[in-house]
Design a protein around this ligand. Structure first.
Ligand SMILES: C[S@@+](CC[C@H](N)C(=O)[O-])C[C@H]1O[C@@H](n2cnc3c(N)ncnc32)[C@H](O)[C@@H]1O
Length: 279
């Protein structure tokens, strides 16, 4: 993981905030109510955990809606930033510096999510299985865990640099996230993604950063096996977007902009998971 890239918290937030966080949170809550199997008394507790949270926009949206909200990230700078932003909005959130592969909350939640490809920072099969087991230990029975990952149809980047400029107030961030020269390790199945930022803030000197992030984009078939190997979820759904409610089954059309995986925590060890697709 490139810690360097996530150190420029404000710039990251500006560059990646062009999303409808409230719509995404509506999707998460729809899944909990329609696919989860949480006891009514626990459902009323309304608690949410965001993993690999970055600026924790979803956590803050849940806090706005009156939920007890937890944000976990391996970067202490990101957690500090998320808490600072929450305070500015007079919101109460719980920030945790931790590793999503192995952590323990002081109470179990009914809903957890890892959004916008944070899951790609988990690089090995063993770590993914441990991650699933850890998430399940922190979820109540019948609770829901949602992952927004890259759709496999976008695995192989086109031959153009992925660059854009985002602005907020007197901040301007020019960002590059992936170039055609990036290398792929075909045995580890990981990309070395080049990240560049050019940050202009008022009259302050321009800051330029360069780093490489190692990420793994998971295939749907291997995800199915890893979910089954973890043995902690009894049902799993693969959807194509966070932006359609009720959700639709993932397909190869352009409507599928992501691989959204919804997992339901089982009461006891599971050998066979029920999937919503027949692939
Ligand atoms: C692509 S950002 C996504 C942030 C956020 N989910 C969003 O929707 O904007 C990835 C985040 O994952 C964090 N991260 C990477 N590896 C992690 C790990 N093992 N445990 C927890 N967080 C991790 C990084 O520090 C970074 O903040």
């Amino acid at each position: 993981m490139s810690k360097e890239f996530y150190r420029n918290t404000k710039a990251y937030d500006i560059a990646f905030s062009d999303r409808e966080f409230d719509t995404e949170c509506d999707f998460l809550i729809w899944c909990l109510h329609n696919l989860g199997k949480v006891k009514k008394t626990k459902l009323e507790k309304k608690n949410f955990l965001e993993l690999g949270c970055g600026p924790a926009r979803h956590t803050r949206e849940f806090a706005k809606r009156g939920w007890d909200s937890y944000a976990l990230d391996i970067s202490d700078e990101m957690i500090e930033y998320a808490l600072h932003e929450a305070r500015k909005e007079s919101l109460q959130i719980n920030g945790i510096v931790g590793n999503m592969i192995d952590f323990k909350l002081n109470k179990k939640v009914i809903l957890a999510a890892t959004l916008m490809e944070s899951i790609a920072h988990i690089l090995t099969n063993d770590d993914m299985v441990n991650h699933f087991k850890t998430v399940s230990k922190n979820l109540v029975d019948g609770g829901i865990y949602i992952i927004e990952g890259t759709h496999p149809q976008f695995f192989f980047p086109d031959d153009e640099t992925n660059s854009w400029i985002s602005e907020e107030g007197n901040f301007s961030v020019e960002i590059t996230f992936g170039t055609p020269e990036d290398t792929y390790n075909s045995l580890k199945q990981t990309w070395q993604v080049s990240n560049k930022m050019k940050i202009k803030h008022g009259n302050a000197p321009v800051v330029e950063t360069k780093s490489i992030s190692e990420v793994r984009w998971y295939l749907l078939q291997e995800m199915k096996l890893l979910i089954e190997k973890a043995g902690v979820f009894d049902k799993a759904w693969f959807f194509g977007s966070l932006y359609t409610i009720p959700p639709f089954v993932i397909d190869e059309t352009e409507n599928s902009d992501a691989m959204v995986i919804v997992l339901r925590k089982a009461k006891k060890k599971v050998n066979k998971v029920k999937f919503n697709l027949d692939l």
